[in-house]
Design a protein around this ligand. Structure first.
Ligand code: PLP
Length: 403
């Protein structure tokens, strides 16, 4: 044979005797088949076998198997982002003429997805009070095809009564999907509480190093999995095996990262609660957090992400305070090794409920720095508020309605 042919035909090294602890990265668009019959049957191979890189590689399957195990699921599917997982779950569940219920504190991009994208497809949306519990039954009209829960909800951190919502939805044959990104399958297992779809943004805690964007959906039966796989194909979704490898690596340390973030975050949350510029700390493990009793009943712990509602009078100096922090980078996303702060001039838009707070907020993602350094940094950054507190509020009982 000529060099050109030898160059392409040389066999790879036999991997026998090479056992690594690491799941290999299998890159491919094309998958080759041993027979014509196998090639002709490749459509069926998208569910459990391999047909084309877009529909799965041994690396993406290994990640799906691991997520399914942690979620107590029959199957999981990985998709290009957490948001893609929300889109996939929704489109695989409802059609033109149907309605989706979303909690009022849903992950922010969900609202324009509902009002601008689903609406164009003739799919209606209703935003509901995240603390509605069994009362959701009153919203379950005949056109409802899917109920989303997100607990705790983005930014305002209300913990939902998921079993009560599932019971009401299932009584009418309606599917329930949970955005479980905050808790991860290590702190809450939605499928064990009857939820049909457990969605997690792997971009956050699971990958854990702020360098991957990916999402997953876990389900309890093969039929739902096949439906998700079909719709994932219709949407043209695929994931990079290199990215899957990064998530697999992140998963190895997920328990220790979560434990450390949880411990650090709780200390900082309790400390922040005592500061004069703080109106309220939203952290599921605090007694005062809305729905705390549901967290206590359903979750096995907390994570490193929580929010702080600031007194109105801090508004003019909050940006300066946040920019003065040295250990907290300003950024969206969360769940990585570095502490982050996201700032909200006002709480995110709501349409179904009134938060009763119009002041500024921050969301903190606590990383793996030493907690004493983090507390000292918050103390020095927020020292700008000293002297700017309105004099008449000094010593006034906080919730008193009278002057
Ligand atoms: C970040 C996030 C998502 C979206 O994940 P991406 O991978 O960034 O698309 C979905 N839900 C929640 C609660 C999130 O925080």
């Amino acid at each position: 044979m000529h060099d050109e042919t030898l160059n392409l035909k040389a066999a790879g090294a036999d991997p026998t005797g090479f056992d690594s602890l690491v799941i290999p990265v299998h890159r491919a668009s094309t998958v080759v088949f041993p027979t014509v019959a196998a090639y002709q049957g490749r459509r069926e191979a998208i569910y459990d076998g391999f047909s084309y890189g877009l529909y799965g590689t041994p690396t993406s399957r290994a990640l799906e198997i691991r997520i399914a195990l942690l979620d107590g699921a029959e199957r999981a599917i990985v998709v290009p982002s957490g948001f893609a997982a929300i889109v996939l779950t929704t489109l695989a569940s409802v059609a033109n003429g149907q309605r989706v219920l979303f909690p009022d504190n849903a992950y922010d991009p969900v609202r324009p997805f509902a009002t601008q994208f689903l609406a164009r497809l003739g799919i209606r949306s209703t935003f509901y009070d995240p603390l509605i519990g069994a009362g959701v039954a009153a919203l379950l009209s005949d056109d409802v095809g899917l109920v989303w829960v997100e607990s705790p909800g983005s930014v305002t951190m209300e913990v939902q009564d998921i079993p009560a919502i599932v019971e009401a939805a299932h009584a009418k044959g309606i599917l329930v999907a949970a955005d479980n990104t905050w808790a991860t399958p290590l702190r809450f297992k939605p499928l064990a509480r009857g939820v049909d779809f457990s969605v997690c943004a792997l971009s956050k805690h699971l990958s854990g190093h702020s360098d991957v964007v990916m999402g997953a959906v876990s389900v309890g039966d093969q039929a739902l999995y096949r439906r998700l796989k079909d719709f994932s194909r219709f949407l043209g979704y695929g994931v990079s095996p290199d990215d899957c490898s990064l998530v697999l690596r992140g998963l190895d340390t997920l328990p220790v990262r979560l434990n450390q973030g949880e411990t650090n975050a709780l200390k900082l949350a309790v400390w922040l609660q005592r500061q004069s510029y703080v109106r309220e700390v939203r952290h599921p493990a605090l007694d005062s957090n809305p729905g705390h009793e549901h967290w206590r009943r359903d979750f096995s712990g907390s994570t490193g992400v929580f929010s702080v509602l600031f007194e109105d009078w801090t508004r003019t100096r909050l940006a300066e305070a946040v920019e003065g922090l040295e250990l907290f980078a300003i950024g969206a996303s969360w769940g990585g090794t570095h502490s982050l702060v996201a700032i909200f001039d006002r709480p995110p838009l709501r349409s179904a409920t009134d938060l009763g707070h119009d002041g500024p907020m921050i969301r903190l993602s606590i990383g793996l720095e030493h907690v004493e350094d983090l507390q000292a940094d918050l103390a020095q950054g927020f020292a700008v508020f000293e002297g700017s507190q309105p004099a008449h509020t000094f010593g006034a009982p906080r919730a008193s309605g009278q002057e």
